[in-house]
Design a protein around this ligand. Structure first.
Ligand SMILES: Nc1ncnc2c1ncn2[C@@H]1O[C@H](COP(=O)(O)OP(=O)(O)OP(=O)(O)O)[C@@H](O)[C@H]1O
Length: 260
């Protein structure tokens, strides 16, 4: 599904990615963790073909980047990130924002087919925000925007769904509602890749975790193997304990923790 091999990204003197290797197989759902500036978003931009490595190879959905038109591969990928939200027109009605997902366009310059409009509205109903369909996108709350973007990303039935911190800025209630919707994605024939800073967002949907540290993968594998106090403690340079409750990990900084 995704194979990153010996990815190096150098900008001037700086090595941003330093030999990233990652293999994501069909049927797995991965979370990417790592400290600020460790390289998570850069890795997502490589997978979506917006950035090319200085060296190394990127294979996504059976294609090696550099030998394929990445725009064709991108049609099979749903991508939700703050940068996508910023590209949306705030005055467009929500249903239209969602409908653009059918074609992987940002905006429409031609008439939208009635069947696509119906599908977009049904998708909004599925996410419990059908009543917001005619409202301008810019009037939605952060949580509602995230749901609308998720509905948009699913319009084209992507094989790969990539999310960069979708719960950022959501309150506890909105976050749990969105996580509940995300957990249902397991029923779809789709692989999910999810970047977060919050370990408790690793809902039962997710099977694997990759921990990025200073531009390379410090640990990767089944979540129970990676989310240990020892591994997280050394990446975050803090003594931490991980508790599993309701099949979700919860992190605690140990009493004598000292971020300094
Ligand atoms: N075009 C660029 N030129 C120079 N440095 C860059 C460039 N793009 C990214 N970087 C640097 O690469 C590092 C990795 O950035 P990236 O956005 O991938 O980190 P991240 O793990 O997603 O961080 P965060 O959790 O804070 O969002 C950062 O230190 C950033 O400053």
């Amino acid at each position: 599904m995704i194979s990153l091999s010996q990815l190096v990204l150098q900008r001037d003197e700086r090595v941003i990615l330093d030999g990233v290797n990652l293999q994501v197989n069909k049927g797995e759902h991965w979370v990417i963790l790592g400290r600020n500036g460790s390289g998570k978003t850069t890795i997502l931009e490589m997978i979506t073909g917006y950035l090319f490595p200085t060296s190394g190879t990127v294979d996504v959905l059976g294609h090696r980047y550099g030998r394929v038109d990445v725009r064709e591969v991108r049609k099979r990928i749903g991508y939700i990130s703050q940068s996508v939200i910023e590209k949306m027109s705030l005055s467009d009605p929500v249903w239209e924002i969602v409908a653009t997902g059918e074609y992987a366009f940002l905006r429409f310059y031609q008439e939208i087919e009635p069947a696509v409009i119906r599908k977009a509205k049904a998708m909004l109903e599925d996410f419990g925000i059908g009543h917001l369909s005619s409202q301008p996108f810019g009037t939605l709350s952060q949580g509602e925007r995230k749901k609308a973007l998720l509905a948009r990303a699913l319009m084209s039935s992507p094989e790969l769904l990539i999310m960069d911190e979708p719960c950022a800025g959501l309150d506890l209630y909105e976050r749990e509602k969105l996580l509940n919707d995300l957990n249902k994605l397991g029923k779809r024939d789709m692989t999910v890749l999810y970047v977060t800073h919050h370990i408790e967002e690793i809902i039962p949907l997710f099977t694997h975790v990759a921990l990025v540290h200073e531009g390379s993968i410090a640990a990767a594998g089944p979540k129970q193997e990676v989310l240990t106090g020892d591994i997280l403690g050394s990446a975050y340079e803090l003594p931490v304990e991980v508790d599993w409750v309701h099949d979700r990990p919860w992190i605690r900084v140990a009493p004598k923790g000292d971020a300094g």
